[in-house]
Design a protein around this ligand. Sequence first.
Ligand SMILES: [Fe+2]
Length: 291
Amino acid sequence: MFTLAHLSDLHLALTPKPSELAGKRGLGYVNWQRKRKYIHRPDVLTAITRDLQTRSAEHVVVTGDLSNFSLPGEYAWARRWLESIGRPAEVTVIPGNHDVYVRSAEELPAKFWGDYMRGDDGLEQFPFVRNRGDVALIALSTGVPTGPFLATGRLGQPQLARLAEALEQTHGRFRIVLIHHPPVSPARRYFRRLVDAEDLRLVLAAKGAELLLHGHDHRRSLVWIAGTGNKKIPAVGVPSASAQAKYGHEDPAGYTIFRIDGSSDSWCCETVSYQRAVNGEIGECARFRIY
Ligand SMILES: [Fe+2]
């Protein structure tokens, strides 16, 4: 039995200096002051983190948007939070669009979180692969700087080609693809979609995977996408780990535990989702078997 925890989208935010408010950060800061600062709360993240630590997960995955404005202080804050969760070998991180918010921040996720974003081969290149027990974690990056009012992501052909290779090389393991943006977005999320989602789905349909975990939408979700043959791949989203309440389509803070057992011809995988209620209590809100 392998126990994996998934959480995402911490949105740890600091106040940008006036010199940092040009362009996209300025617009993002207006949005933060108007509404986002009332949603993403460090005290909520602390409560979620404490609850998660009682579950004794062997490994934790964090699928992006640890920072909010890609400010150096936010990466350092996220680094301290990561260290409170576990050692780099026990925690896997990928960046989200907020972690590569502006072009000048492109190198900062690797600078601050590099050892949490590295494959078993020691290379810092996406996708990276970490084998843990019978599980293979295949970590992608969709974080690319975009213009104002956009929160799109892109994998690019080189990364998609390496993903196909990684899925082949880990065939027989319980392959978990980690990605910030979901592989399918509703029309209302057009300006927040993964622009090459169709190419990703083609690779997954050709090579197969056992599970895909994502963040970005800030909601608990499960969709099944095409795998090899008649197989379907469950794509599971989690809410933001710092969201203090339901907001629009977004769910209150939570995380999911996966219990994975069995072998390549008969996997068992149960998911248990935990959610923070309005009164601050954190409890189980959904449980189902995906294998
Ligand atoms: Fe996010």
